[in-house]
Design a protein around this ligand. Structure first.
Ligand SMILES: Cc1cc2nc3c(=O)[nH]c(=O)nc-3n(C[C@H](O)[C@H](O)[C@H](O)COP(=O)(O)OP(=O)(O)OC[C@H]3O[C@@H](n4cnc5c(N)ncnc54)[C@H](O)[C@@H]3O)c2cc1C
Length: 479
């Protein structure tokens, strides 16, 4: 052991002593479990994993990393770990133990610690007849989701989750715990609302809740042989619905696994999933044109808001997957045809799910005082994912996700959706250009040494390795 190792050991011992949480280094029991992301296909080997128990722990960990010359990758669940750069030599700073949530029904707000997942918020909020702008999965982290924008079932009515954040507590790269809101640290407050987690380690978020106790929502399942008819009908329907309807059209292939219920097991479907913020009679009238197509299974009914978490049938347990997504300027007939040519009923398509979500409504209007994603300049968003239980399936799923993305390239919008971009890509590829430029300035001011590793890196204007080329050529009309 040399002198440097001894010093490093001593510092690590001091860190362990200072923390309520835990520290793991390679070779120690618990290291493998602590570094494991929700996406089991991701295999990172950080120099240190810290499982913080509190904001104070986070601050200690950040200061340790700075002193040791380590970069820091903040992480909650690891749902979004796929695009991360290798973490060799870095600290993985996990917030999984920080899951306290406080709901304030009087002010219709929630405060969620950085490790909370959406079910931690939606279930207690629902007890007060309130809903948060959660995503489709109850297990996705509130923080990572919200920092990247956050598109959920109420999105066309209430916009991105990021723009409903009222305050963030975070530890800056200097190790200071600060509060960012409309009156304090306005640059940080702007950056974390849609610009990802590149300017510090968030320890808690406060957000608005909405008075939504129940919705008319559910899924319509059609055999995949009817995919063309269903996707065309759904796309036409999206042009007619009010902002209170958020929906998606989907190709869904279930594996032949015993845990999948019998009518779905081993079969493929074209599915429409929809949520309407209103009463059953109006909802039934709105969904009528799709219901009249005669779905094989129809679950659309009044449900309590927290039950939205089941609509998209996202995996309840960690799973290995490969996926990708893209904002689409439109989804016209030719795009549907192009998608079905690579992933329709006759295609040899290993992806479990390809969904097209309808955007517009509140998402298209600049949020008052909004953050780095003030509005979305795209009409639809693609998300394609394949499960990869064995390593030999990884290449096929990646290739298929890329094939789907390529097939829709003529309709790509100017940039991709931060949260759905799964291939490594800089933040400039997933943000509006003006937001990216402002984020570069904020990153340079708060993290000039680029200590914080984020899902999509922010480079300074001097060091940016260059813009990515988008294949967008679509100039047509909506849809
Ligand atoms: C099954 C599934 C369903 C999904 N559904 C939706 C959906 O409906 N809508 C949607 O918009 N997205 C959705 N996503 C995408 C999801 O929002 C992103 O993957 C998001 O990054 C996950 O956040 P996380 O905290 O769970 O993941 P993590 O991997 O823990 O975090 C992702 C990134 O967020 C940043 N981050 C996390 N915590 C902190 C922190 N404390 N401080 C600073 N930075 C931090 C880091 O850069 C980190 O790499 C879904 C993903 C999956 C796998």
């Amino acid at each position: 052991m040399n002198i440097t190792d001894t010093m490093a050991d001593r510092d690590l011992d001091a860190l362990r002593a200072a923390l309520a949480g835990q520290v793991f280094v390679p070779g120690e029991a618990g290291y493998d479990q602590a570094r494991q992301a929700w996406n089991l296909a991701v295999d990172t080997r950080p120099a240190v994993v810290v499982e913080a128990e509190s904001a104070t722990d986070v601050a200690h960990a950040v200061r340790y990393a700075r002193a040791a010359g380590m970069r820091i990758a903040p992480q909650g669940t690891g749902h979004g770990a796929e695009p991360l750069e290798p973490l060799d030599g870095a600290m993985l700073l996990r917030t999984t133990r920080m899951r306290q949530v406080r709901i304030d029904p009087a002010t219709r707000t929630a405060r969620a610690e950085a490790g909370a997942v959406w079910a931690d918020v939606t279930v207690p909020a629902g007890q007060h007849g309130l809903a948060a702008l959660a995503g489709t999965s109850p297990n996705v982290g509130v923080t990572g989701y919200t920092l990247g924008g956050g598109l959920g079932w109420l999105a066309r009515r209430y916009g991105l989750a990021a723009n409903s954040v009222t305050a963030a507590e975070l530890v800056t790269p200097d190790g200071e715990l600060v509060r960012a809101d409309a009156d304090h640290e306005s640059d940080l407050f702007w950056a974390i609302r849609g610009g990802g987690g590149s300017v510090g380690v968030v320890t808690a978020l406060e957000m608005r809740l909405y008075p939504v106790a129940e919705l008319y929502a559910g899924d319509l399942f059609f055999p995949i042989a009817r995919a063309a008819e269903v996707l065309h009908a759904w796309r036409d329907w999206t042009a007619t619905v009010p902002d209170e309807v958020t929906s998606l059209g989907r190709l869904l292939r279930f594996p032949p696994l015993p845990e999948i219920p019998e009518p779905l097991r081993g079969r493929a479907f074209a599915v429409v999933e929809a949520a309407y913020l209103g009463d059953a009679d109006t909802g039934a009238e709105l969904i009528g044109p799709l219901r009249r197509l005669g779905p094989e299974q129809d679950t659309v009914a009044m449900i309590p808001a927290p039950a939205l978490a089941q609509l998209n049938m996202d995996p309840p347990q960690p799973a290995p997957d490969r996926g990708d997504g893209a904002f689409l300027a439109g989804f016209p007939d030719a795009a549907i045809d192009a998608l079905l040519a690579v992933a329709g009923p006759d295609a040899d398509a290993p992806l479990a799910s390809i969904e097209i979500r309808h955007l517009g409504g509140a998402l298209a209007r600049p949020a008052s005082g909004g953050g780095a994603q003030p509005a979305i300049d795209a009409s639809y968003v693609l998300f394609a994912v394949g499960f990869t239980p064995t390593p030999n399936l990884v290449a096929a799923a990646s290739a298929q996700a890329q094939a789907v993305k390529d097939a829709l390239a003529p309709w790509h919008a100017g940039y991709d959706y931060y949260n759905f971009e799964q291939t490594p890509a800089p933040a400039r590829a997933v943000l509006p250009p003006a937001s990216y430029r402002r984020l570069q300035d904020i990153k340079a001011a708060y993290d000039p040494d680029r200590v914080i590793i984020s899902a999509h890196p922010v480079w300074s204007a001097q060091t940016d390795p260059g813009g990515i080329q988008r294949s967008s050529t679509y100039q047509g009309e909506h849809p």
